[in-house]
Design a protein around this ligand. Sequence first.
Ligand code: URP
Ligand code: ZN
Ligand code: ZN
Length: 466
Amino acid sequence: MSTILITGGTVVTASGTLDADVLVEGEKIAAVLARRPGLEVSITADRIIDATGKYVLPGGIDAHTHMEMPFGGTFSVDTFETGTRAAAWGGTTTIIDFAVQAKGTSLLATLDKWHAKADGNCAIDYGFHMIVSDVNDTTLKEMDACIAAGVNSFKMFMAYPGVFYATDGEILLAMQQAARSGATVMMHAENGIAIDQLVAQALAAGRTDPVHHGLTRPPELEGEATSRAITLAQVADCPLYIVHLSAAQALAAVAEARDTGQNVFAETCPQYLFLSLDDLARPDFEGSKFVCSPPLRPKEHQDSLWRGLRTNDLSVVSTDHCPFCFKDQKELGRGDFSKIPNGMPGVEHRMDLLHAGVVAGQLTLPRWVEVASTTPARMFGLYPRKGVIAAGSDADIVIYDPAARQTLSAATHHMNVDYSAYEGVEITGRVATTLSRGHVVIDDGTYQGSPGHGAFLARELNQYLL
Ligand code: URP
Ligand code: ZN
Ligand code: ZN
């Protein structure tokens, strides 16, 4: 079995920092060896990686991506191959992507379809959630088969009537079904029925620019839907995970539920921490690059979200990576913002942007690792195989240079999309090396991975439940 010794670095985990060397044997971490003056241990290895001055982190886990996702008559442009490669460049070693049930199709056929898309193509490990858009007796039964197949988190939509939308009754049924096995329902919490009225009013009044995407999806309608989802989950006694939380009103609802001890969890995304409604209002249709749902919010929501990350009312940061090119895809909505495909690229920059939060004093180093790796591992049944630097865990390791400088740009990123939402933004910190199960995927500015190295992860249940 080949061995790698990572020497001289500072190991950062959710519980703290440690000056330690890390020995990798084959695909696993064999030992974490604290360095103490006067206690020198000599170890030989096939390869030595010098991590002096750098952080040694458990690989990032992005629990919310959409590769090759059908949406608005087109597909998100990263394939599993390009998207997982870009993830590795940015220090993410696991993604959990969403299989999308189309109305009238079965969950198991959907799962097969997503396996076929990903199998043999991924540079890093991956799992699936299941989007349930058609609730009926067959679907409800199939949820158990999905759970047996390692897919035990089911996303539902209170938004997008006529596409993914589920009624409160359908949501309750799916939650009751999930609750029987301890599975988690993930919720896109926006009141889509009310939003559709506001969209129709805006278009009728000639308000067609991208900013109206944001103005017709007010934060109150995210707060309302979040409260309603929480109530439905309480009645069904079902664990609930609010995806892509963007608004202070929604966060308040989550915090209140968590204070009562309900199994309610939430994630936010870098775009809600760093970008705002001002970006959606950029002229010349540039705002379309920032169209996602829920929409970017007025800047004042950002402080609440950072605070929520510190108090653990927000426990995960995922990207909701769903890239559509500006040319020909976002452009579908020129003259009608409601036709702009919803979604933004981001899988490559989550670790860097959160590190920028550390540099700005918004998060501690251990909390960075916790929200980006350890908690998603526990939330989605992957811990301690993933999410920690410890003997026996997969050697998914990121060596991160906290002093390096980089400028984010479409000209240099590795995502298969023709723009960057962070064009020209300067960041302190950069991935130096990424290992996926003991294999070097990124090193010193080169990609050394291969499609097909990444393996499907059948996941256990949410590990925060008693
Ligand atoms: O705008 C978004 N978020 N697109 C991806 C689909 C979803 O709702 O997560
Ligand atoms: Zn969503
Ligand atoms: Zn999403």
